[in-house]
Design a protein around this ligand. Structure first.
Ligand SMILES: Nc1ncnc2c1ncn2[C@@H]1O[C@H](COP(=O)(O)OP(=O)(O)OC[C@H]2O[C@@H]([n+]3cccc(C(=O)O)c3)[C@H](O)[C@@H]2O)[C@@H](O)[C@H]1O
Ligand SMILES: Nc1ncnc2c1ncn2[C@@H]1O[C@H](COP(=O)(O)OP(=O)(O)OP(=O)(O)O)[C@@H](O)[C@H]1O
Ligand SMILES: NC(=O)CC[C@H](N)C(=O)O
Length: 557
């Protein structure tokens, strides 16, 4: 039986990257973290929200078999705490009297000592927890070897009630396990929320988040400890697994965390770039692909996607194919080759003339009395999409799709053509941000990136006017307004749901604002069929923005 905690204790924060549904794999990770924490003298190791199963579980948690497998793994793990090692605070779904809770279990002395449930279930943006979990009752503290731990679970700290109840019922500090996805500016929000709970209750707070990608979400880690005066005691690194042991001392009635690691966090473009790379890496890795393949056109979208793929997976796992047709310029061929060379990846050229001519011939009996139009343009895109999917089928790599948020917004992409693919690393980046990130990556290679340093996206790819090259002398701006203008209107419409009048008041042409609004609504059917991609903003296309496809509503202006 371990001794009661008196004047000091050591708390390990296990900032890990679970694989959703891989209970044996996550269990193995828990054991590794525990061994590491034991070596560092920890008394307790805490894991992020639902770590044993992975987060977010979505409807998978409704499966009794999943609940049962998690419970069995938890009981087995509890037995292992009979040794002298640290206790464990782990997250898992917990069924009781027919209701399923989002729970944290304290495993100590060879058994499950206590379980407590999440009270405030987030049900906005990407979150849908009320659909699958029951709300827990307002909790009291967990007794850990005589120490009274307040354990609010993630959303539980985003309002006052749970922390207030825990403090009133004797909690001595807060330990907060989270599954808190990244979006730009999120870390500052978390610190503010934590500081508010500390100010209300006068207790220190350890905030633990997971890392890694899970479908469209990426988690940045960046766990931290704030003391009761809201000063930062520990800042763990972002975007990487880590096990940090925080050391606590009693000062009269209060607990104080000793000053520890102070990692510098990625911000702005660095954070966004790492988020795209992390999302792609984990999607490809966790779904078991040997690598990726993508069409490299000499344009900026495919160039930055190729750079992100190399940074995520290494050049040996990225295959780029130039698929030229009649309208492909010599500059595009040169630029694609220069980009492939700079990134050091496998590059092939497969002309699509035969494929397009073959489809044109097959359609001739029906099309012979018609004029060429966008149909023929789309055949080029579909030939490319088909060939890339064939390479995927034959050799196994996943097709990376490369549409930016501006294109995805207005439907400037071909269904079953360039929209083909399994995952899109730039889906939540407007075109103007794609340009900025390309320049950024040429200046700087952020941590964890496996590609070369220096210029990886040749300058001309960034400076030349964007073109789909589906007909002679085509430019994106023949069909779309300048990207600076388009992106500003889209940001207002998508992220802010701003009334059209207010968008016009920013200096935009009324007719253009109406046109963009119309394109945005009309493209809903394409987005519903589009590949998933990394969420970077507070409102991505996907779970954050659920619009009907059939929709005749248009705002008056
Ligand atoms: N509400 C709805 N629900 C379900 N399906 C709907 C639909 N409305 C149209 N459709 C279907 O969608 C079809 C039109 O969509 P789609 O076939 O994609 O063709 P569409 O959107 O007409 O053309 C593709 C556009 O993407 C542009 N673009 C830009 C950059 C690159 C590339 C590229 O390919 O590399 C393309 C290209 O210039 C063109 O403006 C209709 O013929 C119809 O079959
Ligand atoms: N000639 C080509 N060879 C290989 N892939 C191509 C070719 N043309 C288009 N693609 C694929 O289709 C996608 C969509 O084309 P699109 O023209 O929108 O993008 P881009 O060429 O990368 O960038 P930009 O819009 O700046 O020209 C490309 O990103 C690329 O993956
Ligand atoms: N898992 C959760 O409860 C997440 C919700 C929380 N507000 C966050 O994004 O940090």
């Amino acid at each position: 039986m371990p001794e009661a905690i008196k004047d000091s204790f050591a708390l390990a924060l296990a900032q890990g990257n679970p694989v959703l549904g891989d209970i044996p794999g996550n269990l193995a990770k828990i054991r590794e973290f525990r061994a590491d924490a034991a070596e560092q003298g920890a008394d307790l190791v805490v894991f992020s929200e639902l770590f044993l199963t992975g987060y977010p579980l979505e409807d998978l948690v409704l499966k009794p078999a999943l609940q049962e497998a998690a419970r069995v793994a938890c009981e087995a793990l509890a037995k292992e705490t009979e040794d002298d090692g640290p206790a464990l605070l782990i997250g898992l779904p917990w069924e009781e009297k027919g209701l399923v809770y989002n729970a944290m279990a304290l495993l100590d002395n060879g058994k499950v000592e206590t379980v407590r449930f999440k009270c405030n279930l987030p049900n906005y943006g990407v979150f849908d927890e009320k659909r699958v979990f029951a709300e827990g009752p307002l909790p009291g503290p967990i007794n850990f070897r005589g120490l009274r731990l307040g354990v609010p679970i993630c959303e539980d700290i985003w309002s006052e009630d749970v922390c207030e109840t825990l403090a009133e019922t004797g909690a001595e500090l807060f330990i907060v396990p989270n599954g808190s996805p990244y979006w730009a500016g999120k870390h500052d929000q978390r610190i503010q929320v934590a500081a508010a709970r500390i100010a209300e209750n006068g207790l220190p707070l350890a905030y633990l988040n997971q890392v890694g990608g899970q479908d469209e979400l990426v988690f940045d880690g960046a766990s931290f400890v704030l003391n009761a005066d809201s000063s930062l005691a520990v800042q763990m690194p972002d975007w990487e697994e880590a096990c940090t042991v925080t050391r606590w001392k009693r000062d009269g009635e209060a607990w104080v965390c000793e000053q520890g690691e102070r990692a510098v966090l990625a911000e702005g473009e660095t954070a966004k770039y790492i988020a795209c790379v992390t999302g792609l890496r984990d999607y490809v890795g966790k779904n078991g692909f040997p690598g990726v393949v993508l069409g490299l056109s000499g344009g900026i979208d495919s160039a930055i996607s190729a750079a992100m793929a190399v940074d995520a997976l290494g050049a040996d796992k990225v295959h780029c194919v130039m698929l030229p047709y009649t309208y492909t310029s010599s500059e595009s061929l040169e630029d694609a080759k220069a980009c492939a060379d700079a990134l050091g990846l496998r590059y092939d050229i497969l002309p699509i003339h035969d494929a397009v001519d073959g489809m044109t011939k097959a359609l001739e009996p029906l099309f012979k009395d018609t004029e060429p139009d966008i149909t023929e343009e789309n055949l080029q895109s579909r030939a490319r999409g088909t060939l890339l999917m064939a390479i995927s089928n034959k050799f196994g790599p996943m097709v990376v799709t490369t549409g930016n948020k501006s294109e995805v917004s207005v439907g400037y992409a071909t269904l079953y053509g360039d929209m083909n693919g399994g995952f899109n690393p730039i889906k939540d980046l407007y075109k103007t941000e794609v340009f900025a990130l390309a320049r950024y990556r040429n200046r700087e290679r952020p941590k964890g990136c496996l590609g070369p340093e220096g210029e990886v996206i040749p300058e001309r790819i960034i400076t030349k006017p964007p073109t789909a090259e589906l007909k002679a002398d085509q430019r994106d701006q023949d069909t779309l307004p300048d990207y600076e203008v388009l992106d500003d209107i889209l940001e207002c419409l998508v992220e802010q749901e701003m009334p059209l009048k207010e968008i016009v008041a920013r200096g935009h042409e009324p007719a253009l604002v109406k046109k963009v609004e119309r394109m945005l609504h009309l493209a809903e059917y394409k987005r519903r069929q589009a590949a998933p991609g990394v969420k970077l903003t507070a409102k991505n296309f996907g779970r954050d923005r659920r619009y009907p496809i059939t929709n005749k509503f248009r705002e008056e202006l």
